[in-house]
Design a protein around this ligand. Structure first.
Ligand code: MG
Length: 375
């Protein structure tokens, strides 16, 4: 096993929590963060939230929960290879999508449009808001009171205006500094995971075909190698074996390139990592192939007419709900009305963002379906 690197995040040297707490021993601070994330309500809801496909469409598609577990798995592998803190990487990976709205990107875009006059809505910022404010589980504080390093990793991007009001955790966006390597790795593990599961789910759903994918270099290369090595192999196993090899290639390339970047930068502490340019990266060649795959998915899967129809319905559900709640706050469940300290629109956005796909559909029916007047 790789020894802990000097530039790894360290539980003992953590910048701490907003509300100071006794040490987590025998767990590390980052283990405690990871455990709190797993026990959160928002984490359990990931089971019924999706990225491309709507949750009830098929039992075999990824949900945000299985996606988050895949990101954590890839992240931990890389963290271990690089001597980073595995628990911190895992905590960031498991929390990175907690702020996602129902219905994936379509839901996020719709809620952002609804919130245009109220500061907008950004799922990444919402993930931080979930762990900082919205979870209600502990006697002493709102949110999960996670350590600085986990919060820093969750906040992947941020506008200067939002950064300015977030204090310490937003400061790096104003001073143009990087987060820990654990955060950089978790971020790229997310990209590896979703590109590859979208290939897998896209093929499974029939929305994209093998013939189309053969135009994508990284897929064609591995697919041909699998065919050559196993001429008798047929059906889905050719695809799963191909996807597995693509993931492996990406992970190993990310490892090699990041290790070389770390050596070239000569970083010897997490603060030097934060001051350096981004160190976790793919090689130029693999990045190019990875982007080609991403472009393919954008053009062929995310813009497929069947996906466009789902997205259009999703947008309608989100904007109908938003309008209804903004027009009459009495339609909101009491616990959401009671957030007096927050402005009304933000409370509505929090409520909608917290919904699972099926809950949002049900809530829409309860409010708008005239045949269900009992609500
Ligand atoms: Mg993700």
């Amino acid at each position: 096993m790789t020894e802990r690197a000097p530039y790894a995040a360290s539980s003992a040297a953590s910048r701490g929590r907003v509300h100071p707490e006794p040490a987590a021993a025998p767990r590390s601070e980052f283990q405690r963060d990871r455990d709190r994330i797993i026990h959160s309500t928002a984490f359990r809801r990931l089971e019924y939230k999706t990225q491309v496909f709507v949750n009830h469409e098929g039992d075999l598609f990824r949900t945000r929960l299985t996606h988050s577990l895949e990101v954590a798995q890839i992240g931990r592998t890389l963290a271990r290879l690089l001597g980073l803190d595995e628990d911190l990487t895992e905590a960031i990976a498991l929390a990175h999508d907690l702020g996602h709205t129902p219905f994936g990107h379509a839901g996020q875009d719709a809620l952002n449009a609804c919130m245009a006059d109220f500061g907008g809505f950004e799922h990444n910022l919402q993930s931080l808001r979930v762990v900082d404010v919205l979870e209600e589980r502990y006697a002493e504080f709102d949110g999960l009171n996670l350590s600085f390093e986990t919060r820093e990793g969750i906040l992947k991007h941020c506008s200067p205006a939002n950064a300015a009001r977030l204090g310490e955790v937003g400061a790096r966006f104003l001073s143009k500094r990087q987060p820990s390597l654990e955060a950089q790795i978790a971020n790229l593990a997310d990209e590896i995971a979703y590109n590859n599961h979208d290939v897998d789910d896209g093929l499974r759903s029939g929305l994209i075909t093998l013939e189309q994918l053969m135009a994508v270099r990284i897929f064609a290369r591995h697919h041909d190698a699998v065919r050559a090595a196993y001429p008798a192999l047929a059906g889905r196993r050719v695809i799963t074996e191909t996807v597995r090899r693509i993931i492996n290639t990406l992970v190993l390339d990310l490892y090699d390139t990041t290790r070389a970047n770390i050596a070239a930068a000569g970083v010897a502490s997490i603060d030097e990592v934060r001051a350096a340019p981004p160190l976790a990266a793919f090689s130029a060649e693999v990045l190019d192939e990875h982007r080609e795959l991403k472009r393919f998915l954008h053009q062929n899967l995310y813009r497929h007419y069947k996906v466009a129809r789902m997205s259009s319905k999703a947008r309608r559900i989100i904007s109908d709900l938003f309008e209804a709640f903004m027009g009459d706050a009495r339609l909101l469940p009491p616990e959401h009305q009671m957030r007096e300290s927050l402005e009304g629109a933000r409370a509505v956005a929090d409520y909608i963002a917290g919904m699972t796909d099926r809950y949002a559909m049900r809530e829409h029916r309860r409010i708008f379906a005239v045949e269900e007047i009992a609500g």
